[in-house]
Write a protein that binds this ligand. Structure first.
Ligand SMILES: O=S(=O)(O)/C=C/c1cc(Br)ccc1O
Ligand SMILES: [Zn+2]
Length: 258
């Protein structure tokens, strides 16, 4: 499917679409047959505490759910990770229509949306801001969303979106456990990459779940009613907030499954 959008003028990335000298940029197309099964990859261990959930915020790029990260309460470890990483926030990327919207693709297959759960290495670094500059600073779990059955866990999020319709609006959001947004299948791919929004730093160990979660049309449409713009400005719908595919260069994608 052709992503017939004009990357070069994409509102989200007036800044350079590629980082000069970047050798590990994201997102990428994951070619299933080129990924290498690594038997040393351990299962990913995820333990989120719903009480660390703080608020939902429209930051003008996406809507993020942010978490209290001053202690090891919502953490991931294992998988490809050497250390324990703390959940900082999760957010989504989506398209104007169901034909595109995800950042990563699998054998060029695009999904209508992609969830990113952003974690930082609190063992090695003092803060997210420090970790974001380091090669092993961040770990982001990517989950594809596909059109299908209504997703019960997502609805609490969808119901809060009208309150953050405009850029910089924020609303309290409590006791949400984002593990309800993860597929039950443990299989994932992993590779060394970058943030896909500015500052685009090459500090992310990506963990891309093989299985998508299903959401229904109304739930996807709810994402599309959000705005990039602040109150009073000419309204611009928050859609197509994904970065174009980046070159794989000298990287291998490993799989946790055969
Ligand atoms: O789309 S991602 O690469 O997950 C971007 C994550 C990201 C998270 C934070 Br927190 C700050 C800046 C960022 O770019
Ligand atoms: Zn993202």
């Amino acid at each position: 499917i052709h992503k017939n959008r004009n990357d070069a003028l994409h509102p989200l990335w007036q800044s350079p679409l590629s980082v000069p000298g970047g050798t590990r940029q994201s997102p990428i197309d994951i070619q299933w047959r080129d990924s290498i099964f690594d038997p040393y990859l351990r299962p990913l261990k995820i333990s989120y505490d719903p009480d660390t959930c703080l608020h939902i915020w429209n930051n003008g790029y996406s809507f993020l759910v942010e978490f209290e990260d001053s202690a090891d309460k919502s953490i991931i470890m294992g998988g490809p990770l050497e250390n324990q990483y703390r959940l900082k926030q999760f957010h989504f990327h989506w398209g104007a229509i169901n034909e595109w919207g995800s950042e990563h693709t699998i054998d060029s297959r695009v999904y209508p949306a992609e969830l990113h759960l952003v974690h930082w290495n609190a063992v090695k670094y003092e803060s997210f801001e420090d970790a974001v500059m380091e090669g092993n600073g961040l770990a982001v779990i990517g989950v594809f969303l596909k059109l299908g059955a209504y997703h019960d866990g997502l609805q609490k999020l969808v119901d809060a979106l009208p309150a953050v319709k405009h850029k910089d609006e924020i609303v309290e959001f409590d006791s949400f456990d984002p593990s309800c947004l993860l597929p039950s299948c443990p299989d994932y791919w992993t590779y060394a990459g970058s943030l896909t929004t500015p500052p685009l730093t090459e500090s992310v160990t990506w963990i891309i779940k093989k299985k998508a979660i299903e959401v229904d049309e109304d739930q996807l449409e709810a994402f599309r009613m959000l705005l990039f713009t602040s109150p009073g400005e000419e309204e611009k719908r928050m859609v197509d907030n994904f970065r174009p595919l980046q070159p794989l260069m000298n990287r291998t994608v490993r799989s946790s499954f055969q």
